[in-house]
Design a protein around this ligand. Structure first.
Ligand code: KG4
Ligand code: ZN
Length: 327
C-alpha cells in the first residue's frame, strides 16, 4: 500500500510517500520562515500564496525521490484542517484534483490526528491505547489515543499553546522567529532558577494548561534580568507545567501502554527529558518520534491516511476544508 500525503495547514508545505509497512519512501518539505520573519509570526495570506507556489514541485520531487508515478499510489491523504484556512484549501484542493485525476480515494486527514498517529509510524511496537502529549504552536492537549479515529481529549489549553508561549517569549526577548529553538539555545546559557516565574494551574485537579500568565510574567521580567536567565527560567516553568499536568492525566489514562509526545515542542530536549523521567516513574514506555516527524511534515499525514485506509475510511471529493476541527 502506497499513500501520498500532503500538508499545508500552517507554514510548512510538504509532500511524502508512505507505505503501509512504515516505509517513508520520500518526504519533501518547504518552510516559509524567511517570508514570515519580517512580521514576527505567520501571516496567513503570505502562507497561502507560498503553499500554492511550493506544493506541486514538492509532489513531483517526492514522486521522483520514491521512483514512482502518481498512478501507483493507492490513496491521497491531505490535511483538511484545522489550520489557516487558505493554506488548508491549497493542500486539500490539490489532493482532490489528484485523486480525481488518477481515480484513487481521497482521505481527508485531521492535522491533529496526523500528529497523534505519527509515533506509530516511527515505532511499530506502539500499541493502543497510549497517552499523547501534543504540544505544538497551535495546540497543547493531552489525548488518550484508543484507536484510529478514537481520541479522548483529557486536557487542552485554556489560553495559549505551549509553542505559542515559546514564540511569544522569543519575541519579547528579541530572539527572532521561530521562537522555540531560539529560546532553547538561549536557555542553555542561563540559570533556570534566576527569575521567579509562575506555574499556572500547577496542582489543579483538572489537567488543563494555561500559559498566558507565564507570558505576562516574562514581559515584566524583560530588562530586569539577563535574556538567557529569562529563557532558562521560562523553559523550566513550561516543563514543570507540562509534567504536572501530564502526571494528572495519567490518573485518567486507563490501560495506557506508553507515554508519547508529539508536536513541535517535542523537539525541546528539556521537555523530552522530563517526560522520559515521568514515564519511567510510572513504569510506562516513553516514545518520542524523531525530530523531523515531531514538527509539521507530510509523512505523518500520509501515515494517518494509511491507518484510515486500512480501516476502510475515505472521503467524498466535496469534503470541506476546516479552520477549526476538534479531534
Ligand atoms: O508542530 P509544529 O511544527 O507546528 C504546529 O504548530 O502545528 O510546532 C511548531 C511549534 C512552534 O511554536 C515552535 O516554536 C515550537 O513548536 N518548537 C519548539 C522547539 N522547536 C519547535 N519549542 C521549544 N523548543 C524547541 N526546540
Ligand atoms: Zn502541527
Amino acid at each position: 500500500m502506497l499513500i501520498l500525503g500532503l500538508e499545508s495547514s500552517c507554514d510548512e508545505t510538504a509532500a511524502a510517500l508512505v507505505t503501509g509497512d512504515r516505509q517513508v519512501l520520500a518526504h519533501r518539505l518547504a518552510g516559509q520562515e524567511a517570508a514570515h520573519r519580517p512580521y514576527g509570526g505567520v501571516v496567513p495570506e503570505i502562507a497561502a500564496r507560498a503553499h500554492v507556489e511550493a506544493l506541486e514541485p514538492l509532489i513531483e520531487a517526492a514522486l521522483a525521490d520514491a521512483g514512482v508515478s502518481l498512478d501507483r499510489v493507492d490513496a491521497i491523504a491531505a490535511t483538511a484542517g484545522p489550520g489557516l484556512i487558505g493554506g488548508v484549501m491549497v493542500g486539500l484542493v490539490t489532493g482532490k484534483a489528484l485523486a480525481h485525476a488518477v481515480g484513487k480515494p481521497l482521505i481527508a486527514v485531521n492535522h491533529l490526528e496526523g500528529h497523534a498517529l505519527s509515533p506509530r509510524l516511527a515505532d511499530a511496537e506502539l500499541a493502543f491505547p497510549y497517552l499523547l502529549l501534543l504540544v505544538s504552536g497551535g495546540h497543547c492537549q493531552l489525548l488518550l489515543v484508543e484507536g484510529v479515529g478514537r481520541y479522548r481529549r483529557l486536557a487542552t489549553t485554556i489560553d495559549d499553546a505551549a509553542g505559542e508561549a515559546f514564540d511569544k517569549t522569543a519575541k519579547l526577548l528579541g530572539l527572532g522567529f521561530p521562537g522555540g529553538p531560539a529560546v532553547e539555545r538561549a536557555a542553555a546559557l542561563g540559570d533556570p532558577r534566576a527569575v521567579p516565574l509562575p506555574r499556572p494551574l500547577l496542582g489543579s485537579g483538572e489537567p488543563h494548561f494555561s500559559f498566558a500568565g507565564l507570558k505576562s510574567a516574562v514581559a515584566r521580567a524583560v530588562g530586569q534580568y539577563r535574556a538567557e536567565d529569562i529563557a532558562a527560567s521560562f523553559q523550566q516553568a513550561v516543563v514543570d507545567c507540562l509534567i504536572d499536568r501530564t502526571r494528572r492525566a495519567l490518573d485518567r489514562a486507563d490501560g495506557a501502554t506508553a507515554l508519547v509526545v508529539a508536536g513541535g515542542v517535542a523537539a525541546n530536549a528539556a521537555v523530552r527529558g522530563a517526560l522520559e523521567a515521568l514515564a519511567a516513574d510510572n513504569g510506562l514506555r516513553f516514545v518520542a518520534p524523531p525530530l523531523w516527524l515531531c514538527t509539521d511534515n507530510a509523512a505523518m499525514i500520509g501515515w494517518a491516511g494509511a491507518e484510515r485506509f486500512v480501516a476502510g475510511l475515505s472521503d467524498p471529493l466535496d469534503v470541506p476544508a476546516r479552520a477549526r476541527w476538534p479531534l
